[in-house]
Design a protein around this ligand. Structure first.
Ligand code: GLC
Length: 442
């Protein structure tokens, strides 16, 4: 009996050490898969796909709930096939996906007990999140739920100064999060959005919320939009597991106040809109996306790249094309992305390094004249190869007697120029980004 209680006690202690506490080590352990994964798909989808002017349309155009009802009544995504979405994400090299279960307009893609404002009551007549989860899981992609803290549908939400109304809203919001984390099996990320002004932190009853979340899904990662400070030595309990810069790549590794790196994820639109926008053709190129992904990884970050399916449930054609092109590159070069992070060497002018143990990956993203200079690496590299085809790359000193010994450093060594012929491959072609793998001497 005594023996049993010792076992039980040590189990409770060790699991609370792993999941309950919020130490740096605990968060590093929890986020390990996330830091390895590096690339995910963000999906903004809801009845706002019908007006097709982005997910803020109700608020921006001051559409009353009554007038907005027409989109609810018409929502019938006849071509929704999340298996295709999941295949696309996998092909693009994405390891996790985060979908809007409820956005700011309050509409729920999932079947919630606590509201009728949900997909099952529209002509869609089914729980669209259930199908999503099944399809993405089947492809081995980890599942993230975006859930909007803000709600333009619930009258109680608008009454944040009336204590009773507000408590009712908080209760509703907590119960929906509970449903999401109870009814769909293991969920890998809870992505709540967002806090501002007084609608932040404990106004959401954030400690209570996170306690529940961690009880229901001990391994889950939570984003940083409940409002807590994650930079302090001991971050706020509800500060979340990773930072989330939006539409901008941070200029350097993100660190806490003691200088320790914090996991982070850039969330980025493929054009300029999160939700489907029929007239927005301002798409980034595959080259832009790969460049950005490498940039993030070299600073210990992830990229969560958005698609906005239309009212039929189809991911826009241009988005698919770009993701497929990104996928081709990832197919050949993913070694330099998954499980990689910042390198011990300074950023070179021709691109970026990433590193995994004693493997350094040199990504040549920029136009470069002549050989590729590896500054300060003379004598440090055991072997070099091209990641895409595993062909040998021979290191050399500069082969120009006018330059030799004068204009380059004593410790510099060179790779051949990796760029394809610029006359035949446009420099903005994704395939022009070549990666060399350098194995360091022990
Ligand atoms: C902002 C926007 C929201 C979008 C989110 C993505 O919070 O309000 O529409 O879902 O950013 O990061």
């Amino acid at each position: 009996m005594k023996y049993l209680s010792v076992i039980i006690l040590s189990f409770i202690l060790s699991s609370s050490m792993i999941f309950g506490q919020n130490t740096y080590e605990v968060r590093q352990q929890r986020t390990e898969w996330f830091r390895d994964a590096r690339f995910g798909m963000f999906i903004h989808w809801g009845i706002y796909a019908i007006p097709a002017r982005g997910e803020w349309v109700k608020n921006r155009e001051n559409i009353s709930t009554e007038d907005y009802q027409q989109y609810f009544d018409a929502f019938d995504p006849v071509d929704y096939n999340p298996k295709e979405w999941a295949k696309l994400a996998k092909k693009a090299g994405m390891k996790y996906a985060v979908i809007t279960t409820k956005h700011h307009d309050g509409f729920c893609l999932f079947d919630s007990k606590y509201t009728d404002y949900k997909a099952t009551r529209t002509p869609a007549k089914r729980d669209l999140i259930r199908e999503f989860v099944d399809a993405f899981r089947a492809e081995g992609i980890k599942i993230g739920f975006y859930y909007s803290l803000i709600d333009w549908y619930q009258p109680d939400f608008a009454n944040s100064r009336d204590e009773q109304a507000w408590n009712r809203y908080i209760d509703y919001m907590h119960k929906q999060v509970e449903e999401l984390l109870t009814n769909y099996g293991k969920i890998d990320i809870l992505w709540v959005d967002y806090s501002a002004g007084e609608l932040s932190g404990e106004k959401w009853k954030a400690t209570k919320l996170v306690e529940m979340v961690r009880r229901l899904q001990p391994h889950i990662l939570i984003d940083n939009r409940l409002g807590g400070n994650m930079f302090k030595d001991t971050p706020d309990f509800f500060a979340g597991d990773f930072g989330g810069p939006e539409q901008i790549t941070p200029p350097a590794i993100i660190r806490d106040d003691s200088g320790r790196p914090i996991p982070w994820e850039l969330c980025l639109t493929l054009n300029n809109s999160w939700g489907y926008n029929r007239t927005d053709f301002n798409y980034k190129t595959a080259h832009n996306i790969i460049y950005t992904l490498i940039n993030c990884v070299s600073k210990n970050g992830n990229l969560l790249l958005n698609v906005g399916p239309d009212a039929k449930g189809v991911i826009p054609k241009r988005s698919v094309e770009i993701l497929e092109e990104v996928g081709e590159w990832m197919q050949a070069n993913h070694e330099s992305i998954y499980g990689c992070g910042p390198a011990q060497f300074e950023k070179p002018e021709w691109g970026w390094y990433t590193q995994k143990g004693d493997e350094v990956y040199a990504h040549v993203t920029n136009f470069n004249i002549g050989q590729i200079c590896l500054r300060g690496m003379l004598g440090k590299i055991k072997s070099a190869s091209l990641v895409a085809d595993r062909s040998e790359l021979r290191l050399s000193e500069i082969s120009n007697s006018n330059t030799n010994g004068k204009y380059v450093g004593k410790d510099d060594i060179f790779l051949p120029n990796l760029q394809p012929r610029l006359t035949t491959t446009p420099p903005n072609d994704a395939s022009s980004i070549r990666v060399a793998k350098l194995i360091l001497q022990k």
